[in-house]
Design a protein around this ligand. Structure first.
Ligand code: ADP
Ligand code: ZN
Length: 582
């Protein structure tokens, strides 16, 4: 048993054993040495030497003489024995005599046993407390986080998105006096190893507040209620300090969409989630506590988590593009004896590597150089490390997305961009990238639609053509036989827009101004007619889109090559490219 490891526990244990020993010894010793036979006792009665007899139910009686000595003799178990004694003027006590020599060990025995029990209860309470207490578990509180924005390379957009939160953490009163409500919760989402934890730490580091970190899986444990209790402990601890960043990694472990209570342990998860939501609504803006949660996927989270006042700011942390990879590599090469490295080449080769993997690459190269006792870490070490890191990773295909796949993605995305630039020049393309994100399979094009109360037919048609631009570019470059599944989402969206135009907005011919839902009410079937019209419409638009791209073939090639080189292009880069063209 564990508590005997505490050596002070041996003292009461030893005392109690000694006491028992003493009691036994004294009894045995006393009985053996003070026994007097019954006839002598009768003589003593006759000669009136006895002052008192202790008469109990035991086989022996104790006799006290007038001179103070005592002895034991047999109990005659005679009904008139007591009367005989009393008639002879002897005091009779029906209680056993009390000896000091017996009393002391009895008291020490009692005391030491009590001590043992008390300590045992206390120690068992301690261990059960440990299960619940965050302190003794994994909520690492880090006060001197020596991580700040300098340690996070790339991820510029994500950094930009948390700047105001840092300012808020520095002086929450200021924001409060303006009546500004800061987000209580931020969700960072993106692939593993992209630096979500790092960014959360950097927020705390920049704001110079304590950082509390736990993982969602720590909350979902064996016992129901433990998770909820841990959440409360975590917040209690953070609140003691006032301003703080609370980081919960793998929030999906507690915040997954509820699936109708099918899976086991969901009760525990719900309790934990509810505790989290309650705690979040429990503190006010003045306190300056921000909760940052991380997940690989935003779409699997329970919508209760994402509502305003909860985790209402969602920041994507993407895989680094080529320039970000260069920065991350440079950062991790700092303070290492690097010599003769072609950094540009390395950055180019590491497409689709996460920040964690780049860090791993540099580390492997350093280990190899060290093993060889090489003076510097050189290109050759990186070459070898590269194969190690690639091989050690399951998703080889993903990392080695062949040059061809990259090219397809690039042409596809540029196809969207060019159609958008030509047909909707007033809409800004904020970003084109071939780095996959949780939003789009291969890459994605982010354009900012203008706010309008109504969308007219012309605008809807142009947007449909932008959606078709990806597939059209693929077909132009690689031929009809080689088109890919990359257009899946585009086609879903364009189909939806076309059918709405024709069946709901009165912009087609087969139904005219009729609304399809109302027609179904009267059981009037129109589907074949409508499908025919949708098909010809989309075919016409697709051909128009291809023509548009063919007219701009030079731009298509130039744009694609630039994108392949840079992996990500922003508004400015696109403008520059267009100027060069004209
Ligand atoms: P995540 O939480 O997204 O899974 P981490 O923050 O744990 O990723 O990243 C693991 C490690 O990878 C970091 O400690 C850091 O060394 C490295 N890393 C990841 N992203 C970056 C980055 N943008 N800049 C510098 N290092 C990075
Ligand atoms: Zn597309």
């Amino acid at each position: 048993m564990k508590f005997f490891k505490n050596k002070y526990m041996l003292i009461p244990l030893f005392v109690s054993i000694l006491s028992v020993f003493l009691i036994v010894i004294s009894n045995v010793y006393y009985k053996n040495n003070n026994y007097v036979n019954y006839s002598k006792f009768q003589n003593d009665i006759a000669s009136k030497k006895i002052s008192k007899v202790y008469l109990t139910n035991s086989p022996n009686i104790t006799v006290k003489l007038k001179n103070g000595t005592t002895y034991i003799t047999d109990n005659p178990r005679n009904l008139i024995f007591k009367e005989t004694l009393l008639n002879s003027g002897i005091e009779v006590s029906e209680q056993a005599p009390v000896y000091v020599i017996d009393v002391i060990p009895t008291i020490t025995l009692a005391l030491s046993v009590l001590t043992l029990i008390a300590v045992f209860i206390k120690s068992s309470k301690l261990t059960s407390k440990k299960v619940f207490a965050v302190d003794n578990l994994n909520a690492d509180e880090v006060k001197d986080i020596n991580v700040n924005f300098e340690n996070v390379a790339g991820n510029e957009e994500a950094k930009e998105n948390v700047k105001d939160v840092i300012d808020f953490l520095k002086s929450p009163e200021k924001y409060y006096s303006y009546g500004a409500r800061m987000p209580k919760g931020i969700i960072l989402y993106g692939e593993p190893g992209t630096g979500k934890t790092l960014l959360a730490k950097a927020v705390a580091g920049e704001a110079n507040v304590p950082f509390y970190a736990m993982s969602g899986s720590d909350f979902v444990q064996v016992y129901v209620g433990v998770g909820a209790s841990r959440i409360r402990q975590l917040f209690k601890k953070a609140r003691l300090h006032g301003r703080a960043v609370i980081f919960i990694d793998e929030i999906d472990a507690i915040g997954k969409k509820r699936d109708g209570g099918k899976s086991g342990g969901s009760e525990e998860r719900d309790q934990t989630l509810n505790a989290l939501l309650t705690e979040m609504s429990g503190f006010n803006e003045k306190q300056g506590i921000v909760i940052i949660a991380a997940t690989n996927r935003l779409d699997i989270l329970d919508s209760a988590l994402l509502r305003p006042g909860r985790f209402d700011r969602h920041i994507e942390v993407t895989l680094p593009d080529i320039s970000a990879r260069k920065k991350i590599l440079t950062l991790h090469m700092k303070n290492k004896p690097i010599n003769n490295i072609d950094l540009d080449d390395l950055a180019r080769k590491t497409a689709y590597f996460s920040g964690a993997k780049l860090e791993n690459l540099v580390n492997e190269a350093a280990i190899l150089a060290c093993k060889e006792n090489s003076k510097y870490i050189e290109n050759i070490h990186f070459e070898k490390a590269f194969s190690i890191v690639i091989a050690g990773h399951e998703k080889i295909n993903r990392d080695y997305i062949s040059i061809n796949d990259k090219k397809i993605t690039a042409y596809h995305e540029v196809g969207h961009s060019i159609v958008s630039l030509k047909l909707l020049p007033e809409e800004k393309i904020s970003k084109v990238t071939i780095i996959p994100s949780t939003k789009g399979a291969g890459g994605y094009t982010l354009s900012v639609p203008q706010d309008k109360m109504y969308q007219n037919k012309d605008y809807i048609i142009k947007r449909i053509m932008v959606l078709l631009g990806g597939r059209a570019a693929e077909e132009i470059i690689f031929g009809k036989k080689n088109v890919t599944t990359g257009a899946y989402n585009d086609l879903k969206q364009s189909t939806n827009m076309i059918t709405n135009m024709i069946t709901k907005y009165g912009m087609g011919t087969s139904l005219g101004l009729l609304n399809i839902d109302e027609l179904y009410e009267i059981n009037y079937s129109v589907s074949n007619l409508v499908i025919e019209e949708c098909k010809t419409t989309v075919e016409n638009l697709y051909n128009k889109t291809k023509d548009l791209l063919l007219e701009n073939r030079d731009l298509l090639e130039d744009f694609t090559n630039t994108l392949l080189e840079n992996e990500t292009m922003y508004d400015d880069d696109i403008k520059k490219l267009l100027q060069k063209q004209s």
